[in-house]
Design a protein around this ligand. Sequence first.
Ligand code: ADP
Ligand code: MG
Length: 619
Amino acid sequence: MKKTINNNQNGHPIVGIDLGTTNSAVAFINKGRPEIIPSPSGERIIPSVVHINQQGQVEVGKTAQDALIAMPSRTIAAVKRKMGSEEEIILAGQAFLPHEISALILKKLKEFVDARLGEGDKEAVITVPAYFTDKQRRATKQAGELAGFIVERIVNEPTAAAMAYGLFNLDKDKHILVYDLGGGTFDVSVVEIMGGILDVKASTGNSQLGGEDFDWRIAEWMAQKIQAQHGVNPLDDLRAKAILKEEAEQVKKLLSERDTVEISLPVVLFKDKTPIGLSTSIERNFFEEMIEDLLKETMDKVQEVLTQAELTVEEIDEILLVGGSTRIPMVSRLISQFFGKSPRKDVHPDEAVALGAAVQAGIKSGLLSKSGMVVTDVAPFSMGISVLEQWKGISYRPGGFSVIIPKNTTIPVTRSEKYYTVNDGQEAVSIEVYQGEHERVKYNHHLGKFLLEGIPSNSAGAESIEVKFHYNINGILEVSAKCLSNDREMSVLMQDALDRFSEESFLESTTSLENLWKDVKEDVLSAEEEEWKRFQQFLDDAVEDYEAEDVEKNITELKQEVKRLIKRSKHLLEHASSEESAGLQEIIESLNAVEEMEDVEEILEAINNATDALIELET
Ligand code: ADP
Ligand code: MG
């Protein structure tokens, strides 16, 4: 008989999933409380590792992790770092896309769910880091669909963690800081609980920082020891590298409990058929020094999120530590120093996110409606369009970023902005959509573009176009542009309503993600592609003309800019790493080269290149 526990209105059970870089877990609401669904053998979290064994069967979790060293070409870990990219992953000679590997992990979790809740369709709420882009969110959703879940919602991990906590503390109004340091990502968010309403005020982090980095610091240190003793670098050997990495993680975990840890590796690699090992010890203090810069960086982000939320340290009532890496004692210490109070310990670091996702699932299914808790989320990035911007007060250039939905806006949200034509007789505008925080669109993430045509021919600036963005709770963006004088409108839905794939087609499916946005627009664009290209060319030419004309008069001003840039580069050079200083030297040389020139184009180009390069170096 089909069990009816945890059913929602559609009759499908619904679960919450933490699809972690390092570990994954699934939970559901049982008798009004979130509860982890363990594997049949009792594991509450499983490593997010996938292995294809010699028989061609897929293994996920602990067994897969054990194969990481012995069979690196058949095993993949930390695939979440690649989510949303088109990077092919070759496993046992077969090519996979990152979301397909993730789907295999989710499929494993679905086995646990099916064993516990019975066969049949399941809905799922899946969590992602707050920093995930739309594309990465869509990839995650697609992974869930490929695994056979009906993906109800994508939720930010810190939000989920706060929900696991908030559920039991509705009586008090407070600000909660969620510090989530996992294996591959760091997120920090400020969550406000007020009158039973949970609201994410701000969120930031680093998607490339986590426990793995700590492992590599230890592994590199061990490798240096071996190199010093034996003259070989074990990191050049794939297998030796894996052995050191695994040992490093064990050592790191032990250092959370002890002051000193013995390292005894009889064989790391062979040199002239002689085994080379490592026997040494490491102190917690030393390890803390090794990773201090990385933890300090997380604390900078803590400060950043407070600034974003416009809150002082004193206004944070509770600090939640989430993610396995927060077990490192130095983390609590830094947090305590910073806030002048200790973080809470009653939220399970490994399980909080999955439990919170289950709470979200429970609210959706009506199981937790009595709790009265309403959750809102925030936009993880600013979203907007590319515009022509005034440049140094002397000309215009394309590629400025005009934000329509600012980062950390509570979602779902609809916002619109008005823009004007730039040329006489302009009959079309190209709407280029970007996501990110940089004022130049080229440093942001390009989401897509479309053309609005049929604007009445008029003088420059006389026609206004309203661009409207609607961003929903699943991170899907709808963009529309409307010419206000004649109501001509064009709207593109970045919708990801995916067909669910059959078991058979699952392994073959490779391209749909990349083409998602493209697919939606293809019909529209194919007819207008030519037109659009011509318009773009027209725009580029127009801009070039502007620049050439206006700039001529301002050559002295340009020269001053060159001098300023040289000065800025030299200043940066004082604190630059060797890699950076090579880049800076190049910038300075290129600027010196144009200093005495009279060719506006050349000077402009040098300024442009140098400005871009400096921005890159400074960020
Ligand atoms: P993710 O969210 O990235 O999946 P988790 O929250 O599961 O990651 O955290 C995994 C990380 O936590 C790994 O890098 C692991 O080594 C680290 N970790 C787990 N336990 C400890 C511990 N006791 N001390 C230090 N780090 C730990
Ligand atoms: Mg996590």
